[in-house]
Design a protein around this ligand. Structure first.
Ligand code: IPM
Ligand code: MG
Length: 354
């Protein structure tokens, strides 16, 4: 019996529905394996702006820091689109990542055989296997660099900026992960144009000296986007600066059949990691009970893993597999026994076994 404190940041749009489904699964894990999960619901994003006037209230940061892990839904929506950049919901998400020092974002893209039909790629391409781990640097680069407007708002700029230390620590994460996988790191940059990419490439090569057993190659981001759909089997760990990882992980998710399937974990300098689907708040389908909760449920599995509950995490992954092989499908997954978000959560919880 162990007791863990989990902060739930449901957020906006479909966030409350998908996190509710994942909480259902966590509760079943608690009952099945005899753990107590103390859930603390806090506000982040648009819902926090509505209540407190800011996307990331201090009490949310404090609760996350004091927790064993954070489960996040998604933030943002048209309601807050007209707000200035600094009080937008997305700023809250970037802010909590920064506040928790979450520099490493892991986004695994794997194909479920049951969903091969949902992938836009040809069967013979998928047959070579898709198992890519996107390692995205999460609190540096252009999303956090100097920015501003000039000439009365007629000119605007953002800055891609990386230090050696920032590149070194994320590169280590990628090489360490590769050791437990197929021992291949492909580092993504745009070193033919950007000086920040040249620094990125040099530091990645330096870190590689400590990992002679791992194969390293470099790829330009435009080529990476193309290769990912041409033959994803060539990639094992894809090491990316913040923005390139943001873009390529959406692309990788679609290869697997639906963006509704990909979880991510963000790890860093504090005890608490943050676990979220890679997709957004999908305001167009919010409240309709048709969202796919699988990415969030798999994010909960990553949270369990991070709290040292490996067998519980495997039980959740197996439950998702059983749900899919029994033919259950949320609308985004195409033909099958159709279920909504809440029902999918209940069914997957039901498949959790010790
Ligand atoms: C993601 C999202 C966020 C990001 C947005 C909502 C700020 O796209 O997690 O990939 O860019 O990191
Ligand atoms: Mg994104």
């Amino acid at each position: 019996m162990s007791k863990k404190k989990i902060v739930v940041l449901a957020g906006d749009g479909i966030g409350p529905e998908i996190t509710a489904a994942a909480v259902e699964v966590l509760k079943k894990v608690g009952e099945t394996f005899g753990h107590e999960f103390e859930l603390d619901y806090k506000l982040l994003g648009g819902c926090a702006i509505d209540k407190f006037g800011v996307p990331l209230p201090d009490e949310t940061v404090a609760a996350c820091k004091a927790s064993d892990g954070v489960l996040l839904g998604a933030v943002g929506g048209p309601k807050w689109d007209a707000l200035p950049a600094d009080v937008r919901p997305e700023k809250g998400l970037l802010g909590i990542r920064k506040a928790l020092g979450l520099f490493a974002n892991l986004r695994p893209a794997v194909i479920y055989p049951e969903l091969a039909d949902a992938s836009p790629l040809k069967k013979e391409v998928l047959a070579r296997g898709v198992n890519v781990m996107v390692v995205r640097e999460l609190i540096g680069g252009i999303y956090f660099g100097p920015r501003g407007t000039k000439e009365d708002g007629k000119v605007a700029y953002d800055t891609e900026i990386y230090s050696e230390d920032e590149v070194r620590r994320i590169a280590k994460v990628a090489f360490d992960l590769a050791r437990g996988r197929r021992k291949k790191v492909t580092s993504v940059d745009k070193a033919n144009v950007l000086v920040s990419s040249r620094l990125w490439r040099r530091v990645v090569e330096e870190v590689h000296e400590d990992y002679p057993d791992v194969e390293l190659s470099h790829i330009y981001v435009d080529n990476a986007a193309m290769q990912l759909v041409r033959d994803p089997s060539q990639f094992d760990v894809l090491l990316c600066p913040n923005m390139f990882g943001d873009i390529l992980s959406d692309e990788a998710s679609q290869i697997t059949g639906s963006i509704g399937l990909l979880p991510s974990s963000s790890l860093g300098t504090e005890k608490a990691g943050l676990f979220e689907p890679i997709h957004g708040s999908a305001p167009d389908i919010a409240g309709k009970d048709i969202a796919n909760p699988i990415a969030t449920i798999l994010a909960a599995a990553m949270l369990l893993d991070n709290m040292g509950m490996g067998k519980e995490a495997r039980a959740v992954e197996n439950a998702v597999g059983a749900f899919l092989s029994d033919g259950w499908r949320t609308p985004d997954l195409g033909k099958g026994k159709q279920v909504g978000c809440a029902e999918a959560g209940r069914l997957i919880a039901g498949y959790v076994h010790a």
